[in-house]
Design a protein around this ligand. Structure first.
Ligand code: NOJ
Length: 449
């Protein structure tokens, strides 16, 4: 069977991680601008002020995409670049940037996939309470409507939120990402409820402002649970673990809490029970708002945990063996996550699945011959795509795969110390070099299109 004929082979980035030009052409500040400028928040005090200078070099970058042969490019819009205060006046220069980028992509036959929110909340909205403010639902819906009104003449695929687990969990609960806060858990649940409502309100607003039929998706994340064997017991245990609601201190690392409301229209029972003392008021009307029909389900999948059926069939995590394979950022290499992750998600949500991100950071360097040799990434890709193909063969409706990332970029709290790209970026000179894995991916795409 293999991958579908029209399978979407792409690569992904996000605005703050690559654009730079943080104070040019009327762009407003985001929480990441403010956070990264504070001492000792980010590795090496790195900021996204310049990043990959993609704002000025987007034509060169699209030419590189073309050279690698990707069919689709997933990027995010910086909210404060197009609405500097988050609400109100529109910055036409910001709109013009994305408009030109889209034109360049279309001219090169690369399909744009727009993510509306990849973590860079306008700082002015943060000052008004950010996601704690119930008005955030409308702020986001209005912003989403604007993006769709301006770009849906040429763009038909939109994604609302990227990894709410991370921007809420790491940003407002664990103080590891902007805005670097540790809110009481009750507030964190309230924010998450507002984010889900904002998703639903945005879907309604986007359909209204669309200039043609558009497809809307969502891109949460989660660790995939991998059964250690094909036995029915191990598979059932893994499935259970994948959707389990973790203990309070880790509750944001949760697949079902963030996705069941969106696709199934209700929070998971287990979570409602476990977290009941900390939840805001949740009305039926809220649930109807959150549960808007969407067209595809995206999931960012980087790793998995191995699971077996323990006592009474309960899931038991199987530790990695000594000396197990890991990436530069220390994440375990677990290729089967791309088989079981999508399979379990498809069983539960019954929507076409995109792997909206998958990839690895490696210790890439420019070799004496001037090239960037990254055999580890080639091996990683080959192993993961082989497993993804197994998911497709097993009947999971896999629609596309986006490699993270198109190019090395600002890895949030790790600054520029982690390299995830198919393209190497020298941050001193802004020189780009396609890595061996980029050429490997090109051949892969040619053989699977
Ligand atoms: C998920 C995030 O969406 C992206 O911004 C980040 O760079 C990658 N994972 C790698 O950590």
């Amino acid at each position: 069977m293999g991958f579908k004929k029209d399978f979407v082979w792409g690569a992904a980035t996000s605005s703050y991680q690559i654009e730079g030009a943080y104070n040019e052409d009327g762009r407003g500040m985001s929480i990441w601008d403010v956070y990264s400028h504070e001492p000792v928040k980010v590795f090496g005090n790195h900021t996204g002020d310049t990043a990959c200078e993609h704002y000025h070099r987007f034509k060169e970058d699209v030419a590189l995409m073309k050279k690698i042969g990707i069919k689709a490019y997933r990027f995010s819009v910086s909210w404060s670049r197009i609405i500097p205060d988050g609400t109100g006046a529109v910055n036409e220069k910001g709109i013009a940037f994305y408009s030109e980028l889209i034109n360049e992509l279309k001219e090169n036959n690369i399909e744009p996939y727009i993510t509306l929110f990849h973590w860079d909340l306008p700082y002015e909205l943060h000052k008004r309470g950010g996601w704690m403010n119930p008005d955030s639902v409308k702020w986001f819906a209005d912003y989403a409507a604007l993006v769709v009104a301006r770009f849906s003449d040429r763009v038909t695929n939109f994604i609302t939120f990227n990894e709410p687990q991370c921007f809420i969990g790491l940003g407002y609960y664990k103080a590891e990402h902007a805005p670097g806060l540790r809110h009481p858990v009750r507030d964190v649940f309230e924010m998450s409820h507002n984010v889900l409502k904002a998703h639903g309100a945005a879907v309604i607003a986007m359909r209204k402002s669309a200039r043609q039929n558009i497809k809307i998706g969502y891109a949460p994340t989660g660790t995939a649970a991998i059964p250690v064997s094909e036995s029915a017991e191990d598979i059932a245990a893994a499935r259970k673990l994948m959707f389990e609601c973790p203990a309070l201190e880790n509750w944001t690392w949760n697949v079902s809490w963030w996705s069941d409301p969106v696709v199934l229209g209700h929070y998971p029972e287990e979570g409602l029970r476990k977290y009941k003392d900390y939840l805001p008021e949740i009305t039926e009307e809220d649930m109807r708002l959150i549960n808007q029909p969407i067209d595809f389900y995206g999931q960012n999948i980087y790793q998995g945990v191995y699971v077996k059926a323990g006592e009474n069939g309960e899931p038991e995590v199987v530790e990695h063996t000594a000396g197990y394979a890991k990436t530069a950022i220390q994440w375990p290499v677990t290729p089967e996550c791309l088989r079981w992750g999508p399979q379990f998600l498809y069983e539960r949500y019954r929507l076409p699945i995109y792997i909206t991100e998958n990839g690895m950071s490696a210790h890439d360097v420019i070799s004496l011959d001037g090239n960037v040799h990254d055999p580890n990434r080639i091996d990683f890709l080959a192993r993961h795509l082989e497993q993804l193909e197994k998911a497709a063969d097993g009947g999971t409706d896999v629609a596309g795969y986006f490699q993270w990332s198109l190019m090395d970029n600002y890895e949030w709290a790790c600054g520029y110390s982690e390299r995830f790209g198919l393209i190497y970026v020298d941050y001193e000179t802004q020189q780009r070099i396609i890595k061996d894995s980029g050429y490997w991916y090109k051949t892969w795409i040619e053989n699977h299109s």
